[in-house]
Design a protein around this ligand. Structure first.
Ligand code: GTP
Length: 650
């Protein structure tokens, strides 16, 4: 296919330079190329691109840290692109190294290109090595995400994988060539960055270059293909906004007179030869997918695939080709499978290209993203550390300055006044209103909203802390022996773990101590209530107090409220209570024996038959003359109150 190739930055420019070289050497000439960079040395070192194809944007000054987007003039780039012969292009290929700075211009360029060209835009993205650091890997992950959004496909080439391969190959060659002459003949060490990058770029140019040339012919160099793969098929395999990996493997054909003679011998040799050719194609295909792929990936996660075999037409085994086709077709997740052959005259190599598109499982991409996450966390942590250090430094400086001025520490804090000052302010009524601290909205602490409007919580109802001087109905239990006076309403501690008591539990109108002890985490309540034996005089001033059976009998005159009701199971109602209404209780509600109470001093809330409700319709109640009854009742009433100290009111 015919492509316009744009190299961005050092890596992109060098890759484009190599691709251009391969294109010109193949005599296909299907490529127009430009290299854009802000580093003049990088552009000067290119070996093949013509000078007009090198677009240089100088920084205003070397130490200038202006953004690349400010340095590179997009309009100028577009003018240069439009001046090139781009009439017949099938696609635009943007080559760039991820993690660098010049790639930042990619979104702007892609945006402008989309305005002027309808052809698909692909990116050839070079993933950085791990030893370049987390910052570069993290930026590479960002760049990758950005490219994936903007272009029609991202062809990946992994420097890390290929650097390791190159180093391993160089080491292996070094151990083999131990002789002095062999060592002298050795290629320059791969540890030299420029040589290393040249090796990598050579690899990229071979893998991608052949793919770009698929479907392009030159009269002298090419035979007629049996299965023609045109540019459209390559483009359709690439398109889809996905990641693409390209596997490429070659093998040198046996040469020499002996081989030529062997080929012409017999039919048996001919058959054997064709099997060898098929086996070669199959083994090359495996090598391309598993070893010589631009980025290691999971074949089964590919959505589309393209198989292209290239070499002298006599060496391209159709049997081997069909077997490979079937294997790839069955292995990929998707259904789109394209293939073709690319017969080349005058070559001693057989090669195969397998392109996998729509890849979802690429471990190196995941690794870059993981590194990015890690790097961001580290940066955040570092930032926090710096801020913390700055804060400490400021505090120290403030302390030092206050110490120099001879002022006490609290002077610095506008919220606090010295004891003398506060006394004066209080006296003069000039105490500043402190802003209420933010509270948990689920818990309203008593006494916290003095003077202000009390905010009520549906889940917890607490009684406002009473003013100690006024008796406003607070219920104060008598102190435990040796303990202090306990104010239930004021001192009950509320923690979030304690289940909220029911609203009526500590209501002013009625206090009921439940039979079952509160759970462990409500220890405050149970600890306070259990040991209570005997309240003293005048302790209970509420209107109505309900006791559970565990409460012992209080002494005379203890309760001075309006009315005290003994638990539900209260046995004895006030004498003559029903008389008021002219009712007389009979049979079903026997009055508890007074003597029993007297003797034991206990008996509150003892389980017993409950007085039944007085219903006028019931036959057991009898309506009598109320006045007469009252009179006789007065006559009969003993002098001493049989309740032995409990005053019944109302
Ligand atoms: N394959 C290959 N990768 C390269 C080459 N040069 C650089 N890289 C990789 O590409 C990444 C980006 O490098 P460059 O393209 O040189 O960066 P830049 O965009 O020019 O910007 P700077 O960061 O300022 O150099 C690097 O981190 C390397 O991993 C190269 O010649 N070949």
């Amino acid at each position: 296919m015919r492509v316009l190739t744009i190299g961005l930055g050092g890596a992109g420019s060098r890759v484009v330079d190599n691709l251009y070289d391969h294109d010109r050497r193949s005599k296909i000439c299907c490529m127009s190329a430009v290299a854009i960079d802000i580093d003049p040395n990088s552009l000067l070192q290119l070996r093949h691109l013509p000078n007009p194809a090198r677009i240089f944007f100088p920084r205003v000054d070397i130490a200038d840290h202006a953004q690349v987007t400010d340095v590179i003039d997009i309009e100028e780039v577009m003018t240069r692109l439009q001046s090139m012969d781009t009439m017949e292009i099938d696609a635009i290929l943007l080559c760039c190294g991820l993690g660098g700075s010049v790639i930042d211009i990619a979104p702007l360029i892609i945006d402008e290109i989309r305005k002027s060209y309808v052809e698909p835009i692909f990116a050839l993205a070079i993933l950085p090595c791990l030893d370049e650091g987390k910052r570069v890997s993290s930026k590479a992950a960002d760049d990758l995400d950005m490219l994936q959004e903007l272009v029609d496909a991202v062809i990946l080439f992994d420097n890390e994988t290929w650097s390791q391969k190159i180093r391993a190959a160089v080491d292996a060659a070094e151990t083999e060539n131990t002789g002095v002459i062999a060592q002298l003949r050795q290629t320059p060490a791969a540890s030299d960055p420029r040589t290393h990058y040249n090796m990598l770029n050579e690899r990229v140019a071979r893998q991608i270059g052949l793919l770009l040339r698929a479907g392009e012919f030159n009269e002298s160099g090419l035979d007629v293909a049996e299965v023609v793969l045109d540019a459209g098929e390559v483009l359709n395999t690439l398109k889809g906004n996905s990641f693409v990996a390209v596997g490429y493997a070659t093998e040198r054909l046996p040469t020499g007179w002996l081989n030529i003679l062997r080929r012409r011998q017999s039919l048996k040799d001919f058959i054997q030869g064709s099997q060898e050719k098929a086996a070669r194609i199959i083994s090359l295909a495996k090598k391309a997918v598993y070893e010589e792929i631009s980025v290691p990936c999971d074949l089964t996660s590919a959505d589309k695939a393209l198989v292209l075999i290239a070499g002298p037409s006599t060496e391209l085994s159709m049997k081997g080709f069909q077997t490979v086709r079937k294997w790839i077709d069955r292995s990929i997740a998707g259904l789109e499978m394209r293939s073709g052959d690319y017969p080349v005259k005058n070559t001693s190599f057989v090669g195969i290209i397998i392109m996998l598109a729509g890849l979802s499982n690429i471990p190196r991409v995941e690794e870059l993203r993981d590194i990015r996450t890690e790097y961001r966390l580290e940066c955040e942590e570092e930032q926090l550390n710096v801020e913390e250090k700055e804060r400490l430094r400021d505090e120290e400086a403030a302390l030092a300055s206050s110490a120099d001025a001879g002022l006490p520490e609290w002077d610095e804090d506008p919220g606090f006044a010295s004891p003398l000052e506060s006394a004066y302010l209080e006296e003069s009524g000039y105490v500043a209103e402190m802003p209420a601290p933010e509270k948990d909205e689920m818990i309203t602490l008593p006494g916290g909203s003095e003077g202000g409007e009390k905010r009520r919580d549906d889940t917890i109802e607490m009684i406002p802390k009473p003013d100690k001087k006024q008796d406003d109905g607070a219920v104060i239990l008598p102190p435990r022996q040796g303990g202090r006076e306990i104010d239930l309403t004021g001192s009950a501690s509320v923690t979030s773990s304690v289940p909220a008591p029911k609203n009526a539990t500590f209501g002013l109108k009625g206090i009921s101590i439940e039979k079952t002890a509160p759970k462990d985490d409500a220890a405050t309540y149970s600890a306070l209530l259990k040991p209570v034996q005997r309240p003293k005089d005048g302790v209970f001033d509420g209107e109505q107090v309900t006791f559970d059976r565990r409460v012992q009998r209080p002494k005379d005159g203890v309760y001075t409220g309006d009315a005290i009701v003994l638990d539900r199971k209260t046995q004895r109602p006030i004498d003559g209570a029903f008389d008021k209404f002219g009712l007389h209780v009979r049979g079903a509600a026997p009055a508890p024996k007074d003597t029993q109470l007297d003797q034991t001093g206990r008996g509150f809330a003892r389980p017993g038959p409950r007085p039944k409700e007085a219903g006028p319709s019931r036959g057991k109640l009898e309506v009598i003359d109320a006045t007469a009854r009252q009179k006789s009742g007065e006559e009969k009433k003993p002098e001493d109150d049989p309740d032995d100290g409990i005053t019944w009111i109302r």
